[in-house]
Design a protein around this ligand. Structure first.
Ligand code: SF4
Length: 650
């Protein structure tokens, strides 16, 4: 029973119906600084799905905080009409909505016409991640920024929001003032603790005085920035106590990490290799010291886990942002006792924070519908129910089957092997990647719910399709391992990364892994083999290892591999191998690079589409769609997206 999770909570003057909230996170769904209809539909889907509180994304309260048009600009009232629609769309489903205000200070990166604008902080500040050299704010600018917070907060209220949250988390401007290692000021905003928190106190006091008493006011903190020189709980918890004692906020929202360094930024959206709710002890420590509700977010994937955290006293509200990106109906399913039906987030980071970092709207690799709610709503129902054959039971085929079945088609899915999952079966075998198998589990369960007819060990030939039993075929036959050929590779032991993962080869004690993909197999296998005692050299033809990976996933792996002694070699194109030597060319200079004493050269060189059935079926004239790796080998995200799209086209 999830009794704690589905009990109401008073947050100052605002009552939320349950303890599930979506944290403020950038969606990349603004245009020219304004919320779009796409963003409204995205946020409303979570409210419709049962969330108690939606905190919409951080908006910029001052011109020194502006970055680009994909972030919300609250320096003018042009945002009011769309924010009003957002508040109405969320309220319609019984959820509350708070607006977040964030000034990144030294971390603000603004480029206009190719010119990088100045960033500002409490003092001159160099940050590792964005390479800014921030200028110190003078007192007039500080006063102007505080006024910006006030005006922006009032815009949220005018739009019908229920509360406002101030960001002091993840290393943004208020935390830059709080940190004595960064704040070197000698005026009333620097020096002792009271002075360093003055900037935040003045923001909150101004809002306390200016907001109606019916609205909530909160602050978000990284209690532990988890970085050398970063803020620690011994510094942040006393600040929270002081804010609570002065009644400046109605709640605290706890997270961890700082965006100032690559290593600590991983805590912002921890990948699956991090423990679930890895910062819950920080949240519990604060809750024991303040008499205000404490929110917490950080790897809470499942409602049962949130219930346990609530029951243990670690928090009052559970931030389950990615859980609701993966399944916007998570809260409703949990309330109805259907926890097994939830599409659980696997913390892969690929399409949520990964999209954000790529500057495109957030979504989910498992649920491409997320962030594309308007697109889905615009698709007309099919004219008739078709008999559809799906060939291939990897992620693309499974999603195609679900998409087609969801539109009323009669679907049969045939998989040549004994198990569903395709390439995802290999991905889950790597260290820190085990949770990836949840993607298969989730899809299998949905197939069961959808009543899709499933045949394993069933290899389809063209003759099976031509008898008139089907109206349409979706090919999801995947791809086979790609190995370079040619005489330059004679007499060396050379295997594909898939063979190692499948356990069909003995690689010896000294391996070179060549990574063409720039993705998870090479880094994951490096860690796996290094843990087994292998001497591993990982070679990439790119300037950086893991170039196509989401940065937090990549950086976690880089750190772990470094600790295990994996050697990284960049900018090296594979040329050949002979006996125990592997030959490379420097990608730019074309000078030779020779690695010796190699037992096995392991290749992460991608795969080749399996097109045999495509060629045969093209002759038959049957309606034919190709999805996933048999179209072009890429990641699980594209496979699932294309499976979804194919079903919508039938
Ligand atoms: Fe979770 Fe991955 Fe989906 Fe992001 S893309 S919500 S991490 S499953």
């Amino acid at each position: 029973m999830l009794t704690h999770l589905f009990s109401p909570l008073n947050i100052g003057p605002v009552t939320v119906k349950n303890r599930i909230f979506s944290t403020g996170h950038q969606t990349m769904m603004c245009a020219n600084g304004l919320p779009t209809d796409r963003m409204i539909a995205y946020q409303a889907a979570k409210a419709r799905g049962g969330a108690g509180l939606i905190i919409t994304e951080s908006s910029r309260p001052h011109k020194t905080a502006l970055q680009h048009g994909l972030f919300m600009d609250m320096t003018t009232n042009t945002c009011i009409p769309q924010l009003t629609r957002m508040a109405e769309a969320i309220h319609e489903h019984g959820a509350k909505v708070f607006g977040q205000l964030g000034h990144s200070g030294a971390l603000a990166v603004r480029m206009i016409d190719g010119i990088r604008r100045t960033s500002f902080s409490a003092s001159t500040m160099f940050d590792q991640r964005y390479k800014n050299v921030a200028r110190p704010l003078d007192q007039d600018m500080i006063a102007d920024i505080i006024e910006g917070y006030r005006l922006s907060a009032l815009l949220y209220i005018e739009a019908g929001y229920d509360g406002v949250e101030i960001m002091a988390n993840h290393g943004v401007l208020p935390s830059q003032f709080l940190n004595p290692r960064l704040n070197q000021r000698t005026d009333q905003y620097g020096g002792n603790g009271e002075n360093r928190m003055r900037f935040l106190v003045e923001i909150l006091q101004t809002l306390r005085d200016g907001l109606p008493a019916t609205k909530a006011l909160g602050v978000r903190f990284s209690l532990d920035e988890r970085e050398e020189g970063g803020l620690v709980p011994e510094e942040t918890i006393p600040v929270c106590e002081a804010l609570a004692a002065r009644d400046l906020v109605d709640y605290f929202n706890v997270t961890g990490g700082t965006m100032q360094t690559c290593a600590s930024a991983i805590n912002v959206t921890p990948p699956m290799s991090y423990d679930v709710s890895h910062l819950e002890s920080d949240s519990g420590a604060l809750r024991a010291r303040v008499n205000k509700p404490v929110f917490y977010a950080g790897r809470i994937n499942q409602p049962q886990q949130a219930e346990e955290l609530l029951r243990s006293g670690a928090l009052d509200m559970a931030g389950m942002t990615r859980a609701m990106i993966a399944d916007p109906n998570m809260a409703r399913k949990a309330e109805q006792g259907r926890v097994d039906d939830i599409i659980a987030c696997i913390a892969c980071n690929q399409a949520c924070i990964g999209h954000l970092h790529n500057g495109v709207p957030v979504s989910c690799i498992q649920s491409p519908e997320t962030g594309r709610e308007l697109e889905l709503a615009a698709i007309p129902d099919p004219e008739r129910s078709k008999r559809v054959l799906i060939v291939g039971g990897g992620p693309a085929g499974m999603k195609a089957a679900l998409s087609a079945a969801g539109r009323g088609h009669q679907v049969v899915l045939c998989e040549a092997g004994p198990r569903l999952g395709g390439a995802a079966l290999l991905a889950q075998m790597l260290p820190g990647r085990e949770e990836f198998g949840g993607l298969i589990t989730n899809l299998e369960h949905q197939l069961h719910l959808a009543g899709v007819k499933l045949h394993l060990n069933s290899r389809i030939e063209a003759a099976d399709v031509t008898g008139g039993a089907y109206d349409a075929v979706i090919l999801a036959t995947g791809a086979t391992a790609h190995m370079p050929d040619g005489e330059t590779f004679e007499s060396a032991q050379m295997v594909h990364v898939n063979q190692v993962l499948e356990g069909t080869v003995n690689v010896g004690a000294r391996v070179v892994i060549f990574d063409w993909r720039g993705d998870w197999p090479a880094l994951g296998l490096s860690e796996m083999l290094a843990r087994e005692g292998c001497y591993v050299r990982l070679v990439s033809e790119d300037p950086a290892i893991g170039q196509l990976m989401q940065t937090y996933v990549r950086d976690t792996w880089l750190g772990r591999c470094h600790k295990l002694g994996v050697e990284f070699i960049h900018n090296a194109c594979l040329f050949g191998a002979q006996d125990d030597s592997v030959y490379f060319m420097h990608s730019q200079s074309r000078e030779p690079i020779i690695l010796e004493d190699v037992d096995t050269l392991i290749l992460s060189t991608g795969s080749v589409p399996d097109i045999q059935l495509e060629e045969e079926l093209k002759q038959t004239g049957i309606e034919l769609h190709l999805v996933g790796d048999c179209l072009s080998p890429r990641s699980a995200e594209e496979a699932i997206y294309e499976g979804w799209q194919a079903g919508l086209k039938l």
